[in-house]
Structure formats: structure tokens, C-alpha cells
Design a binder for this molecule. Structure first.
Ligand SMILES: [Zn+2]
Length: 307
């Protein structure tokens, strides 16, 4: 066991409880010297560090059988840096586009809650869609500090704690790129279900480790990352929703629209090529090639779940 691993705590599959962790897909790759302030922030440049990841023979979930303690995770996320404002804006626009097509299926537009709201980029869209009450929850202090002045009052800073929220209340719940980060993903889904009013809808964008591109990249895939305690496939996600008590779920591939410089930042290119290329595209982001947006499905899936 490495020095980093000795501070970890063991767990069985966090969705089905199967304790067989013999199907290792990725060994642990943690260099404590490189654990920077951005290791727990979203949309950073990939660091190629990860916990040991195994595939559950019971439900197909890819998960870390040893994870940091809850208080350590809380501290890591509270203190993490935030440098993804432009990217957050583009991601939020992609999410809003997908959501707009589903608005007619909601019971009403009384209230919307986003778990892991970051700098609240999506909350702006939710307000524009006519939700009367809009709320976001975000553990990263730096991300919330980056929120627009009119969005900031809508965000609660801290880890998601359903006990302080009204049950059977929300028309819409959003938890994008969040379920990979929590130690108890099933509890997150069950809490989300309890917070939704009858007929309420949960929207969730997450990574799909069985997406062909992710399988091709293997350990070089950006999703095999230290901050991800588990990564779902379509089958394991559908199973988790069912276990959490949702009545119906639809899961489909999700295409993000991002500027070209951001795609290059994520790409598994050698540093010598990536740095100058990314720098050049970024400088041309306002008026040139780097600002061109491309829509692509690179391993994300979107789930819609009904109570
Ligand atoms: Zn399992």
C-alpha cells in the first residue's frame, strides 16, 4: 500500500454492495508531490492521477474500493481552485439546450435545484426559463466566488445536505458531473428523489466509462481521474436509479458544445504539442479559430429520471 493509499478508507461497491474488488481496470496512480490545488476542480487539464479503479461484477460500476475519508474530501473541495469560467458557460449552454426540450414534461416551473452548481452558470438559464425559485449548492468556495453578482445569492456554499431542504418540493433537480465525486452515489440519488415533488424530473449528465472513446483512451481518458470515486456506464446508471426508487429513467449519449481550445486542452496530446497549440487557440478565442465551437459526444451521457 502506498503512502497516499494508507490515508484511504475501504468500501464495497457503493451501488450494489458487492465486495468483490478483484476486477481491477486501473491501478492507483497518485503522486503526492503533484497533488495541487486544482486536483479537485472541474474542467482542469488532465493530470493522469487516479485511485485504484475496479469493475463491480454485480452491477458493472467502475469504482474505487479505497477512497479518501469524507472530511478529507470536504476539505479538498472547499479549498479547491476554480479557473473554468468560460468552460462553465459553454457547458451550461449545452445543458440548457437539452433541458429546454424537456420543459413541457415538468409538473410546473415552481422550483429548481442544482447540486454541484459551480459558479452557477446554469442557474442563469433556469431563471430565464421561468423557474420561480432557483437554488444551487456548491462546496467549492472559489467557484462560488466566481459567480456573477446576481447569481451569487442563489448559491448555498457547502456539501449537499438534503436534511436542510424541503421534501417533495422541487419540480426539477439537476446534478451534472457530480455523481462521480460523492462517496455515496446511491444516497445522492435517493435524496434527490425525496426532494422532488410527484412528477418531478431529475436531469443528470455524467461520464460513461464504456463509451468507445473512453475505452480507446484507457488510463489516458480524462475521466480516469483522482477526483472520480466512481464512473458509471449506461447499465450501471440505470440500475442505480432503479435502486434509488425512481419510477422511470431515460439515458442517452450527450454531446457538449465547446470552443476548439477547450477540446485541445482535454485531448491526450504530448505536453510539447499541447501547450503551444492550446495557447495559440486560446489567444484566438475571441475572433479566430480557437473560439469556434464544436459539438461532440466524447463520453458523456444524459439521464432523465422521473419520481
Ligand atoms: Zn456494484
Amino acid at each position: 500500500m502506498t503512502a497516499a493509499a494508507s490515508r484511504l478508507t475501504a468500501r464495497a461497491c457503493p451501488v450494489c454492495g458487492n465486495a468483490d474488488e478483484s476486477h481491477e481496470l486501473y491501478p492507483e496512480r497518485i503522486d503526492p508531490a503533484r497533488l495541487g490545488a486544482l486536483s479537485y476542480s472541474s474542467r482542469k487539464e488532465p493530470e493522469y492521477m487516479s485511485l485504484r479503479m475496479v469493475v463491480c461484477p454485480g452491477c458493472e460500476l467502475l469504482y474505487a474500493p479505497c477512497v479518501p475519508r469524507p472530511e478529507e474530501l470536504e476539505r479538498a473541495y472547499a479549498g479547491t481552485g476554480f479557473d473554468g469560467a468560460a468552460e462553465a458557460r459553454h457547458a451550461a449552454a449545452s445543458y440548457a439546450e437539452a433541458l429546454r426540450a424537456r420543459l413541457a414534461e415538468l409538473p410546473d416551473r415552481q422550483s429548481a435545484l442544482e447540486i454541484g452548481t459551480g459558479n452557477g452558470a446554469l442557474l442563469v438559464h433556469l431563471r430565464a426559463m421561468g423557474f420561480a425559485e432557483v437554488m444551487g449548492i456548491e462546496p467549492s468556495i472559489a467557484a462560488v466566488r466566481d459567480a456573477a453578482p446576481e447569481t451569487r445569492p442563489l448559491i448555498r456554499v457547502g456539501s449537499f445536505d438534503p436534511s436542510g431542504l424541503p421534501a417533495s418540493h422541487f419540480s426539477l433537480l439537476v446534478a451534472n458531473q457530480t455523481i462521480e465525486h460523492v462517496a455515496e452515489p446511491l444516497a445522492l440519488l435517493a435524496s434527490a428523489r425525496a426532494l422532488l415533488k410527484p412528477g418531478g424530473l431529475l436531469m443528470m449528465v455524467s461520464h460513461d466509462y464504456r463509451h468507445p472513446l473512453m475505452r480507446l483512451l484507457g488510463a489516458r481518458a480524462p475521466i480516469i481521474d483522482i477526483e472520480h470515486l466512481q464512473v458509471f456506464s449506461r447499465a450501471s446508471l440505470a440500475f442505480a436509479f432503479e435502486r434509488a426508487g425512481f419510477a422511470a429513467v431515460q439515458i442517452a449519449a450527450f454531446a457538449n458544445r465547446y470552443p476548439l481550445h477547450y477540446w485541445v486542452r482535454l485531448a491526450p496530446l504530448p505536453r510539447l504539442v499541447k501547450r503551444p497549440l492550446h495557447g495559440w487557440l486560446r489567444r484566438s478565442a475571441e475572433d479566430g479559430l480557437g473560439g469556434m465551437t464544436l459539438r461532440a459526444s466524447v463520453g458523456n451521457m444524459i439521464a432523465w429520471a422521473w419520481t
